[in-house]
Design a protein around this ligand. Structure first.
Ligand code: PLP
Length: 367
């Protein structure tokens, strides 16, 4: 079987380095907010070419903490509207509602799957205060257009970079493209821990300071609580693992790009719509997502031939039980995407033989 993502294979390549890192933490006797987290924050800030990085418990918390910090700073308040792509992973939207802000779902561009800047303008109201841009599947949103809109309307611009470690937009790294960014180090992400992890990046020292406190009970000094914070820290152990894996990230991204290029050159079946790279972008191919009218037929065909695929995502947020108020909402582009997308095997450990097998089997598929 050709696996969709072979995490065991990816991580076992670094087994010795990971064991050494883990041993270092065990022997240090220091397990929360120590040297490993500090070293990772420094290394990841430098990787993203951004001023500040704060390690947090997971990607959802990274986004929650950004909005929460802006509330503490007085730039957001309950009920403010946040524009967000309607086809994102639900965590983007949870981070908004968790803060009692109001998500306004905006349709994506059918070619890039990222939020459509032209539709954003129409969705702006006197209550709009922020845009949450999601770099879906590893390709950055149209940041120059979004920045222009954000500046013209005095909106905060935040990146959900959970799928975009190392991606660039006109030469600028994800994580340094807006006011703040949230990253996830969930094991299956391009930079994956061996458990949960996340980070916020920003060039704003005041925002970094508030998040630094908020992730640690709202405290800057032990037993002195300036804010009503939470406990959302990146573990020392996960940070030690991420310090190892960050060193290999560019090499892994390079392999993902080679796999994507083979798919883009090799898949010629007219029933399949390939992903589009939009101007200025160098995607990191967290996922390689195709579209086809009869997705179930194609997925079953590939399964029969031993090729594992996944759907990102099968149900759009506005049709989830979590958001019952939105059930009457019609978002035709988002709904079409959710009906037609299929993610092909994509990982840094896929070999050419397997990629070529996937290509030739897709090319023989017919309705
Ligand atoms: C994975 C992901 C998140 C959430 O990250 P977790 O670490 O799983 O909490 C948020 N947004 C997007 C787009 C994601 O893919």
């Amino acid at each position: 079987m050709i696996k969709f993502l072979d995490l065991q294979h990816i991580n076992s390549q670094y087994r010795d380095e990971l064991l050494a890192a883990t041993t270092r933490v065990i022997d240090s006797g220091w397990y929360i907010l120590g040297q490993e987290v500090s070293a990772f924050e420094k290394a990841f800030a430098s990787y993203c070419e951004v001023g500040h990085c704060l390690g947090v418990a997971n990607g959802l918390d990274a986004l929650i903490l950004i909005f929460r910090a802006y509330k503490e700073l007085g730039l957001l308040k309950e009920g403010d509207e946040v524009l967000v792509p309607a086809n994102t992973y639900i965590a983007s939207i949870l981070s908004i509602t968790e803060n009692r802000l109001k998500p306004i779902l905006v349709e994506p561009d059918l070619a890039t799957y990222n939020i459509n800047p032209e539709l954003i303008e129409q969705a702006i109201t006197p209550k709009t205060r922020a845009i949450l841009a999601v770099h879906l599947y590893g390709q950055c949103a149209d940041m120059p257009a979004l920045k222009k809109i954000a500046q013209a309307h005095n909106l905060l611009l935040i990146e959900d970079a959970a799928q975009a470690h190392g991606a660039t937009n006109f030469g600028i790294k994800a994580g340094n493209l807006a006011d703040a960014a949230g990253f996830s180090f969930y094991p299956g992400k391009n930079l994956g821990a061996l458990g949960d992890g996340g980070a916020v990046t920003t060039n704003n020292p005041a925002l970094a300071g508030v998040i630094n406190a908020l992730r640690n009970y709202g405290s800057e000094e032990k037993y002195v609580n300036r804010y009503r914070g939470l406990n959302s820290r990146l573990d020392e152990l996960q940070a030690a693992i991420l310090n190892v894996k960050l060193k290999h990230l560019d090499m892994e991204t390079q392999r993902r790009r080679e796999v994507a290029q083979l798919y883009l050159n090799g898949i010629t079946n007219p029933l399949v719509t390939l992903p589009t790279i939009s101007p200025g972008n160098e995607p990191v191919w967290h996922l390689f997502v195709i579209r086809t009218p009869d997705r179930t037929a194609l997925q079953n065909y590939l399964t029969e031939k031993g090729i594992q695929t996944v759907i990102h995502y099968p149900i759009p947020p506005h049709q989830q039980g979590a958001y019952k108020d939105w059930q009457a909402m019609r978002l035709p582009i988002t709904e079409k995407i959710h009906q037609e997308v299929l993610s092909l095997p994509m990982s840094p450990v896929l070999n050419n033989e397997d990629v070529n097998t996937v290509i030739s089997i897709i090319n023989t598929y017919e309705l």
